[in-house]
Design a protein around this ligand. Sequence first.
Ligand code: AMP
Ligand code: MG
Length: 317
Amino acid sequence: MITTNIDQAIDALINGEVIAIPTETVYGLAGNAFDEAAIKKIFTLKKRPFYNPLIVHIKSADYLHTIADDIPEIAFEMAKYFWPGPLTLILKKQKFISDFITAGKDTVAIRVPNHPVALELLNNLEFPLAAPSANPFGSISPTSANHVFNYFKKELKVVLDGGVCEKGLESTIVGFEENQLILYRHGSVSIEAIEAKFGKVILATSNDKTPTAPGMLSRHYAPSTDTYLTDNVIELLKNFEGKKIGLLLFNKAMNAANVIVQEVLSENSDLNEAAKGLYAALHRLDNSNVDIIIAERFPDKGLGKTINDRLERAIKK
Ligand code: AMP
Ligand code: MG
C-alpha cells in the first residue's frame, strides 16, 4: 500500500519488515541492517542473487565507524563534502556486518541519503537501513511510489511515498585502494564533481561472473521491450520499417514514420533534468505497447556519462 504515514513505516521496520522508502536517487527496498532475517527478505522480494551486495544507509557521517573500520581520512573528507547525498563509499566492514549485506566481501557500501523522509526515518530508528533499489533484479529502477507499487503490488505492505526522486539515478559508488579513488558505478554525482575536489578517479574493472558491483552487470536497468542505443536515430530507424517505435531523445522531438511515442528528456539540454526523468520515461515507453525502443546517445560528460552507462545496460544483447 502507498502511504505517507511515517509512523507506520517506522513500526514496520522495527518489526523486521521490509518496506519501500523514498531517497533522492531512486526508491529503496529497506530493512534493518542489523537483522539478518530482514535482509534475506530483501533478496527474496527483489529476486536478487546473493552475490549482489546492498548499500547501508546511515543517518549521518558520525555513524560511519559503527559500520566501517580502518576508514581512510579522504573518506571522511568526501563524506563531509557530499553527504547527505548520492555518493556511496566502499569501506572495510566492521566484523559483525552481515555477509548477506556485503555478499561475503570484506567491504561494505555506505551512504547518507539526502531526502527529508529518508532522514526522518533514520533519525527515528536505532539501526541503519540496508537497501538496494526497489525493483525486481535487472529491471528499470523506480523513481516514484507508483513505480514501486506496480512492481510489487500486495507483496509490499508499506510503500512510503516521498514524491518523485529529485536525482532519478542511483548513487555514484567510490572505493579506496592504496590512496587511489576507484569508481564502481557511475551515478548521480558526476566524475567531474569528484575529481574537481579529490583528484583522479580510476574506473574499476569487472566481468559478469564476479561483478565487483552489480551495477556493472552488462544487462541491468533494462526495459522488457527490446531497446537500442545509437548516435544516429534516423539511420537506425531505417532498419525497423513496419515496427511500432518509441524514441528516447535528449533535447528535440523528431519527425519520423512509425514513431508512436517520443520522450524528450530536456528541451533545455540540461543533463540534470534529463537524469531526473530518465527512468520514468523508460517506464512509460516500456508500458506503451511499442515493438522497440530506440534511445539516442547522450553527450559524454557530467551526468550524460551516467545516462549512457544505464542505456548501455538497458539495450538488447
Ligand atoms: P542497487 O543500488 O540497487 O544496485 O544496490 C546497491 C549497489 O551497491 C549494488 O549495485 C552494488 O553496486 C553496490 N555495492 C554494495 N556493496 C558493495 C561493495 N562492497 N563493493 C562494491 N559495490 C558494492
Ligand atoms: Mg539497483
